[in-house]
Design a protein around this ligand. Sequence first.
Ligand SMILES: [Zn+2]
Length: 274
Amino acid sequence: MNKIISSIIVFLLSANTYTIVHTQESSEEIKQTAIVTGEIVHETAEEEISPVKAATRSPVSTLTTSSWWNYPEDIKRVTRSGDDLLALVNKEYQLPSTYAPTDLVSICSHVTNLRCFNNANYLIRRILISDLQEMANAAIQDGIDLSIRSAYRSYATQQSTYNYWLSVNGGNIAATDKISARAGHSQHQLGTAIDFSSVEINDGLGGTFASTQASKWLADNAWKYGFVIGYPAGYESVTGYSYESWHYRYIGKEYAQDMVNGGMILELYLRSKN
Ligand SMILES: [Zn+2]
């Protein structure tokens, strides 16, 4: 019996010794691996800090603390079709230059109780016409005047629109990126985004719209008809754009209800779906 117990003790001791040795070997292996890895990293670092590359590279600080209006370096294609009401189009996800909806119709030829600024032929997808009509009727019944200042914009139009704002801002890219999308990055290419105005501000476009009854009415009611604000106040760092009280995007009544129920803004709602 004693022999058996002592054999077990000897076995356990030897097993323990083996474990210690093995651990030491492992530690040594890790050390060696670290040294090799360190050399690789070192070589890579030297390679990257060549004078030519360093001269053309942005300062490291802007890479780590990118400003909210900046575009990411890695621009991706939208994951859903542009025809999809939930397509995420933002500063990171871009529509192809060739994308255009196939069911565009003239808003003011199809919707009443809604004025088109300068009788312009604003285009929008046919699928949202009936809900837009319903919203226009509800607004009129509440004594709210709504006009349209912009709707569908082709890829080419976005290029000229961006360049227009760039010239207005004296070539200041940062200032322009806060208020205007580069080509392929605008929700207007989807044919489901509308910029509203009102007689209250003589159909002006921009920041003054936030002070109107029409703006308040849309903020309170548009979602019931499937339209939600694209760039809400206080979320600039999320959307990448300044507050746009006038810009609404149609995602359909059910999704709008779902978004509101979830207490989400459009950008985060779409990210959760893409
Ligand atoms: Zn807009």
